[in-house]
Design a protein around this ligand. Structure first.
Ligand SMILES: *Cc1c(COP(=O)(O)O)cnc(C)c1O
Length: 303
């Protein structure tokens, strides 16, 4: 259901004097605007083969959009339960793929509880989680297969982390392709740093609250599998401010003519704001995870 996406040379460090090859994996160019269709498309296909005939999502963001798209492609009826805070534009987009939208609850966890109750009432239906499902990680891992097929072997991967579904997929892909020791930099914003909390404490902890503009990174706790990966793979946790992530998205639009969410901007911050930590690497892969909720603020000061 997903497309093979381009791998393009970054122009970010062009005049920095650093002799680095940075490649962008352009998952912003997926049919729904983000990488999410890889994992969610794969999971939906598998559940459909197992006889499930209704998909239920509880995400008003890119995961809900991916589920609606997968449902439309597979001709499976799809319902997306979204909290009252969901923007009208997002609801409109989800509906445009033929999914039914139900507005319920004041936040994601209330919407999710309602979605779960619907799944429990109908055994032919299945809840499509935004990040916590091995089928989703398997689907996301195709990103690394495509990079290897393109003839590149990265010595560093930079990726944004919300609940960790994308990160789990990247790690799975690296291990499958003999890149077990290729380090991964996991990027978040200050208000969404649930991975950082686990990495720095060594415990599977939960944030009290999510704050800031990077809503697609807004999981208060990373998946159990993400936590388990911390002790099994070389990873660094990097955290940037909202302002930096916005600036990185803006620079990306300016330089590469593609609008991405600030959730994606968090990864783009590394070469812009911490180029010195790239000194030991020469073949750097940044996952441009994309996202449709692009705030107009990213377009300001474009010149
Ligand atoms: C979902 C999403 C993320 C985070 O992915 P997880 O699998 O939750 O870690 C990052 N960026 C964008 C644009 C997303 O839609």
């Amino acid at each position: 259901m997903h497309s093979k996406t381009p791998l393009i040379q970054s122009q970010f460090l062009e005049d920095s004097g650093l002799n680095k090859k940075i490649l962008f994996k352009m998952d912003a160019y997926q049919p729904i605007g983000s990488f999410k269709i890889r994992g969610i498309g794969y999971a939906c296909k598998k559940y459909h083969e197992q006889g499930r005939n209704q998909f239920i999502s509880s995400s008003g963001g890119n995961a809900g959009i991916a589920t609606a798209y997968a449902g439309s492609q597979l001709n499976v009826s799809t319902m997306v339960v979204v909290p009252e805070t969901t923007k009208r534009a997002a609801i409109k987009l989800i509906k445009s793929y033929g999914a039914k939208v139900v507005v319920k609850g004041s936040d994601w966890s209330e919407a999710n509880d309602y979605a779960l109750s619907l799944v429990n009432q109908n055994s032919d239906s299945v809840l499509i989680h935004p990040f916590d499902d091995p089928l989703i990680w398997e689907g996301h891992s195709s990103i690394i297969d495509e990079v290897i097929e393109a003839g590149t072997s990265p010595d560093l991967v930079i990726v944004s982390v919300g609940g960790g579904g994308l990160l789990n997929g990247i790690l799975q892909g690296l291990h499958r392709n003999q890149l077990k020791s290729c380090p991964v930099f996991a990027c978040e914003t200050n208000g969404t740093a649930s991975f950082k909390l686990c990495k720095s404490t060594g415990k599977h902890k939960t944030l009290d609250a999510i704050t800031g503009v990077a809503t697609s990174l807004g999981a208060r706790q990373v998946s159990e599998a993400t936590f388990d990966w911390i002790s099994k793979h070389p990873m660094e946790s990097l955290v940037f401010s909202d302002e930096q992530a916005i600036e990185a998205s803006r620079r990306f639009l300016n330089t590469h003519r593609t609008a991405v969410e600030v959730a994606c901007g968090a990864s783009l911050c590394v070469p812009l704001f911490k180029p010195e930590i790239l000194k030991d690497y020469s073949n750097i892969l940044i996952i441009v995870c994309g996202g449709v909720s692009v705030e107009p603020v990213c377009f300001k000061r474009l010149n």
